[in-house]
Ligand binder design. Structure first.
Ligand code: FUB
Ligand code: ZN
Length: 650
């Protein structure tokens, strides 16, 4: 299967594509070329620009010592404040700022960021090394404990440098990052000194640097980092103290890995980097590993919200099928990484199942990480709560806020992809872009009200009438909740869709989850896609003990939750018998405007005065999962008992 992919991908090489790699079948259209105007997403993008970045800036430079650390490191003295990986948050904030500035220019924010960059540059060592923790605690200890995130921070620095250059044209940070990358290359790869990254990230960052500079040594270094793993080279806390190389996906060489292990963010960044490398080197071993690991994640470790990493103790994957709801870790950063990785997998294969996964994670577990106000964040995203859990303004380990900010502000990069000749529509987000297909300018505009309903219009307007193919993703959720056996719709009826071009019903061929519309496209042509949305009851495979006799509700790609704030004391007594009738209503007045699912269902409680169990029929309102905890603390559940016998009443 995979070798087929490689053979056929080779054919694409004939095209003169600066952004396409040898193994990629398709590649995304960058957010800087996509203008988003979308009922659902525009408010989130705006909140990132107006509130999330403010939070990141104030916590980075005032409320914590992250910028002060750079000032002190430039002087070569002072006490390091915070944790040894805190530099990474500064870089990630700069990356998010860079993306957001593209959509929302802001001179003041840019000037302030320039000031940060001056301080970062001043803190760099003459040999290129840059890490405020070691500069302030003793450079003699650098590059010793592989868990200490020096290369992780370098990775985020590289990503920030490229992003800031791309938006502003200013290359000061990029030069700093490049100098650090060169230092690492010389010291490790050229110097032939083993190093296992204790927190992967640098691999994907080096691939960005490779694409930016076209310098082969960055590709070689990225690959070198991956090759180091699983060979017993690890030194430092993970290996010597914890004796847990699997925590950092270092127990087995990458080409032999078949099961997901360990820390979820580390894993996602690693496999994203490997996909980027394999797309250049056509490394069949890497591609096989990723197929196997992806199947393992989807079949054994994947929450219905698209979250991953069930366990808090390792911030990562637990045993197969161990997916508790109330203690689900599902770190926001892991969801961000899941989006990154699945986009890469889609690029390699042109299969829409990866976008199905990306979409589920994006619209549920990932965006749950941020409040509607944009300035409160979840680090973990559980699927049930007794009412004591809430978003925070910030965290001691503050990886998540800037991570969700950089994802949302670069959202435009996930909507469309292309090959040399054809266009792919992946996500249904109101937006416009213009691309060059075979020297023909093609304007594309999407409108609709997805995910609240399933009606989407796509205008495809080429300057010159030409034949090409528009691949429209037919979402997997029409037929099954996820592309694996972990979850299923209770009734196996598939939802239908219809598609018309210029009002005429069209039957296209479905290929790898896309409807292929091949024709001579003319100015003003319009595709109308209508997807049936209805409330679907989802059940879990028997192995998921925590979900026995429980159902979750989904409408379109959105997973719903019942919050006690709408349904007092329903958390412990609600159940959803077969045949419950659901109504979907759009409530403009609620939570910034949202669909709700309303239904009558029994709720049992204990009448403590009489010691009796009381059952009453109540009107229940379910809201999208990602919107919970926007009205204060409240109990919440995604998985709801189906029968009285599975209700646990307190
Ligand atoms: O270690 C850096 C970041 O902090 C990780 O990616 C997160 O999981 C948190 O541990
Ligand atoms: Zn995080």
């Amino acid at each position: 299967m995979r070798s087929l992919l490689i053979c056929s991908a080779g054919l694409l090489l004939t095209a003169n594509l600066s952004a396409q790699t040898p193994t990629q079948k398709i590649y995304p259209i960058n957010f800087s070329k996509v203008a988003i105007e979308d009922h659902f997403w525009s408010p989130h993008l705006e909140k990132v620009a107006t509130a999330t970045l403010d939070a990141c800036v104030s916590y980075t430079e005032d409320k914590t010592g992250r910028i002060r650390n750079f000032e002190k490191a430039a002087l070569g003295s002072g006490k390091h404040e915070g944790i040894y990986y805190d530099d990474s948050d500064v870089y990630k904030a700069i990356e998010a700022i860079a993306y957001s500035l593209k959509n929302y220019p802001d001179k003041e924010l840019e000037a302030n960021t320039d000031g940060w960059i001056d301080k970062i540059a001043a803190a760099q060592q003459p040999d290129g090394y840059l890490n405020t923790y070691y500069t302030l605690t003793g450079l003699q200890d650098r590059w010793k404990d592989m868990e200490r995130h020096e290369d992780y921070c370098a990775g985020h620095l590289i990503e920030a440098g490229i992003a800031y250059y791309n938006t502003t044209g200013k290359d000061k940070l990029l030069k700093v990052a490049t100098k650090f990358a060169d230092h690492i290359d010389k010291y490790f790869r050229v110097g032939n000194k083993p190093w296992v990254s204790g927190h992967q990230e640098i691999e994907l960052a080096l691939m960005k640097l490779y694409h930016h500079t076209k310098e082969n040594r960055y590709l070689a270094l990225a690959d070198w980092f991956v090759e180091q793993r699983g060979k017993g080279y690890g030194v430092g806390k993970i290996w010597d103290e914890w004796k847990a190389p699997e925590y950092a996906q270092d127990d087995v060489p990458v080409r032999d890995q078949r099961k997901i292990t360990g820390h979820a963010v580390r894993a996602m960044y690693l496999y994203t980097g490997i996909a980027d490398i394999a797309s250049e080197t056509k490394d069949v071993g890497y591609l096989r590993t990723m197929d196997a690991i992806w199947d393992d994640v989807l079949n054994k470790h994947y929450y219905i919200t698209g979250g991953i990493g069930a366990s808090g103790s390792n911030e990562g994957f637990g045993k197969p099928f161990e997916l508790p709801n109330e203690t689900a870790y599902c770190e926001t950063c892991a969801s961000v990484g899941m989006v990154f990785w699945n986009q890469r997998m889609n690029m390699l294969s042109a299969q829409s199942k990866y976008i199905d996964v990306l979409e589920r994670t994006l619209y549920n577990a990932a965006i749950d990480g941020m409040s509607l106000t944009g300035n409160r964040f979840f680090y973990g995203n559980p699927l049930a709560s007794n009412g004591n859990y809430e978003r925070s303004e910030w965290f001691g380990t503050a990886c998540c806020p800037s991570n969700i900010a950089r994802l949302v502000s670069s959202l435009g990069s996930y909507i469309y992809s292309r090959s040399a000749t054809d266009l792919y529509v992946n996500l249904f987000i109101g937006s416009e872009t213009t691309l060059d297909l075979n020297k023909n300018e093609v304007f594309v505009k999407q409108t609709g009200n997805y995910p609240w309903n399933g009606e989407v219009s796509i205008e495809v307007s080429p300057k010159k009438s030409r034949e090409f193919t528009v691949f429209v993703r037919i979402p997997g959720w029409l037929k099954q909740p996820v592309p694996s056996s972990l979850y299923a719709y209770e009734s196996n009826k598939a939802n239908e869709y219809t598609i018309t071009v210029n009002g005429k019903p069209t039957v296209g061929i479905e290929e790898d989850g896309y409807l292929k519309l091949n024709r001579k496209w003319r100015k003003g042509d319009k595709i109308d896609l209508k997807m049936d949305m209805e409330v679907r009851r989802i059940v879990s495979s028997d192995e998921l003990k925590d979900n026995h006799n429980k159902v979750a509700l989904q409408y379109g790609p959105i997973v719903y939750a019942v919050e006690d704030i709408d349904n007092p004391n329903a958390k412990n007594g609600l159940f959803l018998p077969d045949g419950t009738e659901f109504q979907v209503n759009y409530r403009a007045d609620l939570l910034g405007g949202t669909n709700v699912i309303q239904f009558k269902a029994p709720v049992v409680s204990i009448d403590h005065s009489g010691g009796k169990v009381v059952q009453e029929e109540r009107e229940i309102t379910a809201i999208p999962y990602f919107l919970w905890n926007n009205r204060g603390k409240s109990a919440m559940q995604v998985w709801i008992p189906e029968k009285l016998t599975s209700v646990r009443v307190n």
